[in-house]
Design a protein around this ligand. Structure first.
Ligand code: AMP
Ligand code: MG
Length: 464
């Protein structure tokens, strides 16, 4: 059962998330909803539960980890199937160990905003319905106040949920969990010769595709521990995440990650490594290591194909040609050498005109080495000419895949500091901007700007 918080208050709700479960976001501010989504009241027919998991943290087996602060209220039928509603931060659970089962305002707002921003970008993710708060003090690195985010997903089962039973040598429980996941989320494999192998292959494929989406938008998760990997291939557990600004393939967004295990570039091999950890846990069900490896081998081709498709779209290329890989590589080298802003680069690239470089200025200004930019742009122009690309059509198509607005850390920080002073207007405003990331929003131009100097010192860590 959730543990009530004193005098809970409404902070924000997501209209698109509410619509998914047939609720009206406007009504979520009502006292009854606030009570239910803080854990102060349990709704009729809700049977709260918490689910145990273990996992590998930073590549090391860490044993039991959670879920010490998530309580699932039940699921709601939707046109696309049942959706679980889960409170994060609603108090102690049987798995809390030495934690307090709480979440703080700062990290709850970050999770709420980023879940909905990722959904609007079209990236597979868990959703966030509502965030509520309370004046109850919570001790972290400093004293903060409590908040609860209500998350939604068809399932919150993680790779670590399987690892838990495997490492305890509980094969019956392992099988029950795998059969539950197959029956409810992968019914197409139920009749297969080896359903568990098919499950591993499909989860591996979805994970690879999800990470290709992350790379294409410059999203860094920050803590890709196996307990934060969803069995449905959804982005899960938003903590010390970040969006790439000045491009550096080795950028580390999580202050706690000193070795850079989860840097931008490392997300790709780490995703594969995590699938191996899942494969290892499923091995007693799958049979032989060879069969598991066969399933895991889908990772590289699935990642490569998805990223290739996304990069073609980002550059407005209709055809696929042999030389495209070299064009993409040269582009990333150019971004790396100049530390150009990732989001602005792709967005401004859509303004390029094949026969008229005089329109290049805003784009060219992102580079210190302008000649290097010109050289790459010449190759890109030649490639566009080769498929008789139309400037207007290409620009429109590119603006539908290259966001103008992403959740830059400093934007979240400004909204959080306002919220800490009791003003939630900044959260509402940011949510509204991020719900339409691909639209030009002339009145919100400032939300697309480069980070201010003070933002260089912002640090996010695992503590939440
Ligand atoms: P997440 O994966 O988003 O739940 O975040 C993991 C973080 O949650 C950990 O690094 C801890 O700081 C915190 N945490 C884990 N278990 C608990 C608990 N029982 N109570 C409070 N915080 C916890
Ligand atoms: Mg987690």
């Amino acid at each position: 059962m959730p543990t009530p918080l004193p005098s809970p208050y409404f902070i924000a709700a997501s209209s698109p998330a509410a619509a998914l479960v047939g609720l009206d976001a406007g009504e979520l501010a009502n006292e009854d909803f606030v009570a239910v989504f803080t854990g102060n009241k349990v709704a009729v027919r809700s049977q709260p539960l918490s689910a145990v998991y273990s996992g590998h943290q930073f590549g090391v087996w860490a044993g039991q980890l959670g879920d010490g602060r998530a309580i699932t209220l039940g699921d709601i039928a939707t046109p696309t199937g049942p959706m679980e509603l889960q409170l994060k931060g609603a108090g102690l659970t049987p798995y809390s160990r030495m934690g307090d089962g709480r979440a703080v305002l700062r990290s709850s707002i970050r999770e709420f905003l980023c879940s909905e921003a990722m959904a609007a970008l079209g990236i597979p993710t868990t959703r966030a319905l509502i965030v509520t708060g309370s004046h109850q003090p919570i001790v972290r690195e400093s004293v903060e106040t409590a908040a609860v985010v209500t998350r939604m997903a068809p399932s919150f089962v993680r790779f670590g949920s399987f690892e838990h039973w495997h490492y305890r040598n509980k094969q019956d429980e392992l099988r029950i969990l795998a059969d539950y996941v197959i029956k409810n989320f992968y019914p197409e494999f139920a009749g297969a010769v080896n359903p568990y192998k098919e499950l591993l292959a499909e989860v591996t494929r979805r994970t690879a595709r999800m990470i290709a989406h992350w790379q294409a938008v410059g999203f860094m998760h920050g803590v890709m521990n196996t307990d934060n990997m969803s069995i449905l291939g959804l982005t899960l557990d938003y903590g010390p995440f970040g969006f790439m600004e000045a491009f550096d393939a080795n950028h580390i967004c999580n202050h706690t990650d000193q070795g850079g295990r989860y840097s931008y570039a490392n997300q790709v091999p780490v995703g594969h490594w995590n699938c191996y950890a899942l494969g290892n846990a499923l091995l007693p069900l799958i049979g032989t290591p060879e069969e598991a490896e066969e399933a895991l081998d889908v990772y590289r081709p699935a990642f490569g194909a998805q990223l290739d498709e996304l990069l073609h779209a980002k550059l407005g290329l209709r055809d696929t040609r042999d030389e495209d890989g070299a064009l993409f590589d040269a582009m990333f080298q150019l971004l790396q050498a100049n530390h150009a802003d990732f989001t602005l680069f792709f967005r401004r690239l859509s303004g390029l005109r094949v026969e008229d470089p005089s329109f290049d200025t805003p784009l060219r200004d992102l580079f210190i080495d302008r000649e290097a930019f010109d050289a790459w742009a010449a190759t890109y122009r030649a490639r566009l000419r080769a498929e008789s690309s139309d400037d207007a059509l290409r620009s429109e198509a590119m603006n539908r895949v290259n966001p103008k607005y992403v959740l830059r850390n400093y934007l979240a920080q400004v909204a959080i500091e306002q919220a800490q002073n009791g003003d939630y207007g900044g959260v509402h405003k940011l949510l509204a901007v991020l719900e339409r990331p691909y639209d030009e929003q002339p009145e919100n131009e400032s939300y697309a700007a480069l980070p201010p100097d003070w933002a260089a010192h912002l640090e996010v860590s695992c503590s939440s």
